[in-house]
Design a protein. Sequence first.
Lengths: 396, 396
Amino acid sequence: MKFSSKIDRCQLSPIRKFAPYARAAEKAGKKIYSLNIGNPDIATPSAYKEALRSYDAATVGYGPSEGLEVYLNAVMSYYDVKLGVKLEKGEVIATTGGSEALCIAANALLDEGDEIICPEPFYPNYSTFVTIPGGRICPMPTTPENGYRYAVREHVEACINEHTKAILVTNPGNPTGCVLTEEEMRIMLDVAKEHDLFLVCDEVYREFVYDGSPLRSALQYEGYDQNLIIVDSVSKRFSACGARVGVLISKNMEFMHHAMKWCQARLCPPTVDQIAAAALYTVDEHYFEMVREEYKRRRDTMVSRLQAIPGVQCKMPDGAFYLMATLPVDDADKFQMWLLTEFEGDATVMFASGEPFYATPGKGKNEVRLAYVINCDAINGAMDVLERALREYNNK
Amino acid sequence: MKFSSKIDRCQLSPIRKFAPYARAAEKAGKKIYSLNIGNPDIATPSAYKEALRSYDAATVGYGPSEGLEVYLNAVMSYYDVKLGVKLEKGEVIATTGGSEALCIAANALLDEGDEIICPEPFYPNYSTFVTIPGGRICPMPTTPENGYRYAVREHVEACINEHTKAILVTNPGNPTGCVLTEEEMRIMLDVAKEHDLFLVCDEVYREFVYDGSPLRSALQYEGYDQNLIIVDSVSKRFSACGARVGVLISKNMEFMHHAMKWCQARLCPPTVDQIAAAALYTVDEHYFEMVREEYKRRRDTMVSRLQAIPGVQCKMPDGAFYLMATLPVDDADKFQMWLLTEFEGDATVMFASGEPFYATPGKGKNEVRLAYVINCDAINGAMDVLERALREYNNK
């Protein structure tokens, strides 16, 4: 039996592919420090559960394909009050997580052989979203020495060819934590506009910038309406990853028309979660400050511990809640498998192997992405394990 | 700016495209009888809301990509106890509604130019799901005179060519209500197996068969494991359309491996809805009997009223909760627009225009799909409106 050549080219997620081994290790009584996935342990604001408790519709019916009004209004109000961005009805579509928003954008833009430019390393699921409609990622290499910065006009333009349809960036960056400066963001927007491309800005980590001024959303720059697509979500903002409620924003009405075709086919995002997500948007600024402070402590703890392990290299990330680290191993995937199946002790560590964060062949083999989404004590525990594991792995 | 040629070929859903006009009519004080969409008014079992109320996790985290164990176990137990079908772990993946299951199947199977055979008329969103990966539906025409039956070996085989990848059926049928007999189902399975095709059975209406014996699921036939893909959902079964929890089932492990690539990329279905969906599976058989009786009354009411309207033709459907009707109008789409924007009175009716239920050009223009998902009083009200509207529309 033959399958789609496109799905054949896709891979299992490096972030989730070891999950079965982890569950086996856990069932065998092992504690797992999960640094592989951005699934924070920060409590979801109580507004979420309060909304669930007061949900009282007799029938859990479909909502509109573009999203429930209560949720769309909450999103529009957040953009207005917090960012000074006025969004109109029709410019915002509720999605089943930021993931669906990315999937819709890729499917609306890409034909077989089309390309999306993406700074590398990038979130590996981008590969799947881009490959499913037949596209490919054209990677823009960055280096830790250069702080993973990518917004250099000549470098971006060197990637543009007749197949290019869009540029896709995560800002703040996943996995690098790189945050675009105002000038850099303007370069990305200008290049997109001049070359008639879409700039897809995945800003789900917008709240998490630890030094300097807060993130300036791409929507806050004027004059780029027709080129801009924003992906956003409640998952990270409110530690509500399982709520699966995101948003796709664009002022390009032709794009939104195509997006609605997808949205109407899949009917609607989850009804109750949209109502609860709307409630999440009522939390005050103090919540964000508190969470940001907590992530900053975790980041600092993880970076200082990592930098003290012989052979490990990593940079201090500016935003989001991930970092890329180089480990003194030949193959991070093999090391991960060893950690889950052979490493002795009552605890072990999971990370995301680096290779799938790169489209350039051969890169990232000795790198890992670590998510600082567990508390400082747990991070210290994880770093103790990693330090000992690296010693034992390299002496075996 | 250029968009995907595939999304260009997609259309807005005929079931949802009039929604903005309906909302305008509603805001102007008009009552709308919504027969256009399968969004029942039957109460969702209280187990759903009880599960929401007792949800107590501190953080609404991601679940596994294949679904939460509590939900998968509930589904597997339903198949075991109710249908005698033993499913193993790995053969069942939780999806964000049956819609996502269909989308995954289409994307795992279809390349540009590939075909899926589908009895016509069919659920129009199938077109979108099939067109997005570049495929097309090869329609197998059926007629009301023949009860919309399609499982005739020669007819199915006549549609098979080198581009064919699968056969897709809704059983019980949407929009026709056609329910496959045991011999018919075996024909579909045999043809699929002999020609090395997948048979995708969308069985979301499984519970709703009004005459004769209950539906025999395709899974209950032995010997077709490698060819069978089942799409199922809690939406219709428990009147919980907004819960967005479905399931993709197959014993073909290569297919499930490809499906998991999609599932890992989109991370997971909604966490709370999966927990509540698991609770829904605890309702007893009495619930299904009661709901079935109610739909049967609605079906009988609608059919007898429709058949009494001059110029309207429709057949008694055997299952699901839709019927196709021919109206004495030139163009059902124009009639719908007139009903929403010009028809005078305090109430109006929405239906789904017939044309997008057909891939064969020119067919279905004077047909509509009606969903008998509102109670008998409302159906009578809707039929009063329809009768008067047809008279006025044809006399204007």
